[in-house]
Design a protein around this ligand. Structure first.
Ligand SMILES: [Mn+2]
Length: 359
């Protein structure tokens, strides 16, 4: 039986300019999460740690930060195997040339795609040698039988995964095609499984709003050659990134969003982005300011009201509609005698549609 920890995409050195004053605190958390990842390996009795690329944001990262990472990995109680990714490819002048790597005896940075043997296990590392490539980095791994557990370590885009930075394409069936028991991947920041044997661990600490299920490492257990791996996420993330997209068309709806913001747990370790749309009356201003104050309690909080549109003072705007169907719809709604709330809501929907089209 082999048990190991799979992590990737630490992106140490990322700028995080978007979150202003909270940047230093959130950058520091990436190191704290790295220490939690290394601690998780010994807590769970891992035989080794696999790092599937993008340890660093880029090759220009300050060398003091590189040494800090080497210290953390060097402090692990087991071997650590690392591949360069597309953010930190193995090129002249890269972070991998720093002398500190030589001092960390338990850390191996793979510099070429060739098998690496461990007791009972063969690793198939696929280091990246360029920022971009349209080649499948796992293509060289050939299926072969035998009595060893075979584990691939690669960085790239699994076909069909919704990844922004599309490169180093990896077929969905790469693991079975190459006869691997497990393919440890990096590049996508969310935890994801493809079949039984292929996984993105996701980043150990969330990197932006909208990432789903990041802030984990994976503990993987494989009984023997051909066995289906048991894959368990372990939480390492420290900062939560909460994004709310809300439509507010009344004072009640604004108050209800404010109450939800006030009820969010752990504001001191939460980054909050609220984006509002809808129609606003001048006397909603105060409720909106209260919402902004509720967001100030967070490590970083932003209420973006640029999607709010001013509500019209009366219904004379209908007369300004262009001739044709839309004008007919507007006039019919204005003159309709149905339920007043439905009538008002339909008119406002038409009004905001026009403002959106016009802007
Ligand atoms: Mn990447």
């Amino acid at each position: 039986m082999v048990r190991f920890l799979h992590t990737a995409d630490w992106q140490i050195g990322m700028k995080l300019a978007r979150i202003g004053d909270a940047g230093p605190r959130v950058r520091e958390e990436r190191f704290s999460a790295a220490r939690r990842a290394v601690a998780a390996a010994s807590e769970h009795g891992a035989d080794f740690i696999l790092v599937a690329g993008d340890l660093f944001e880029d090759n220009a990262v300050d060398r003091a930060q590189v040494r800090k990472v080497v210290d953390i990995l060097g402090g692990a109680s087991c071997p650590v195997f690392v591949i360069p990714g597309n953010h930190d490819p193995l090129v002249p002048g890269s972070v991998w040339e720093d002398r500190s790597w030589e001092a960390a005896r338990n850390v191996v940075v793979f510099r070429e795609s060739s098998p690496h043997e461990l007791p009972g296990v063969t690793l198939y590392p696929c280091p990246l040698l360029a920022k971009r490539s349209d080649e499948d980095p796992t293509a060289w791994i050939e299926a072969e039988g035998g009595d060893r557990v075979r584990i691939g370590l690669a960085h790239g885009s699994v076909e069909g995964a919704p990844i922004d930075e599309w490169d180093n394409p990896i077929p969905r069936d790469a693991a079975t095609r190459s006869g691997l028991d497990y393919l440890a991947l990096g590049h996508w920041h969310s935890f994801a499984l493809f079949g039984d044997r292929t996984a993105y661990s996701g980043t150990h600490e969330q990197t932006s709003f909208g990432e789903r299920d990041s802030g984990n490492v994976l503990i993987v257990e494989i009984d023997g050659p051909g066995s289906v791996p048991a894959i368990s996420p372990v939480r390492t993330g420290g900062v939560s990134w909460v994004s709310m997209d809300e439509r507010v068309d009344s004072r009640e709806e604004i108050d209800s969003v404010r109450a939800r913001i006030a009820g969010l747990p752990s504001p001191e370790t939460t980054l909050l982005r609220v984006r509002l749309s809808g129609l606003m009356r001048p006397d909603d201003r105060e409720a909106l300011e209260e919402m902004e104050r509720a967001a100030e309690r967070f490590l970083w909080g932003e209420v973006d009201g640029s999607g709010l549109l001013p509500e019209p003072e009366d219904e004379s705007w209908v007369d300004g509609l262009p001739d044709g169907l839309i004008r007919v719809v507007g006039e019919r709604l204005r003159e309709s005698v149905g339920a007043p709330e439905t009538r008002a809501r339909a008119l406002m929907d038409l009004y905001s549609l026009l403002l959106e089209v016009g802007s």
